[in-house]
Design a protein around this ligand. Sequence first.
Ligand code: ZN
Length: 111
Amino acid sequence: MKKLFKCTVCGYIHEGMQAPEVCPKCNLGKEKFVELTSEEAEKIYSSDRTNDIHSEIIVLANKIAKLAQEGIEINLDPKCVNGFEKAKNEAWTIKQRCKAELAGHMTNGKW
Ligand SMILES: [Zn+2]
């Protein structure tokens, strides 16, 4: 059964039977890795997909903001511009909410 090992220097998580010879992120040796407990590993596995979803939503929110900005610049009429301004603000809220949630996950070892 695969285990998770964490680099104590940079936080990189390795999945495998043993720690890697060299950390792919900070290039230090396997002696810098510690094996995670099953509870710690469970947090990482259970949050893996939701972290990806938050990341994807952030990308989509950026697309909405960019589209809304284009609409604002076209400046067809005040109602239209107002709708795009709202969309741009809402995209910001969506993005920042996801970022805050991700930050909370990182702090709690869910990453
Ligand atoms: Zn490292």
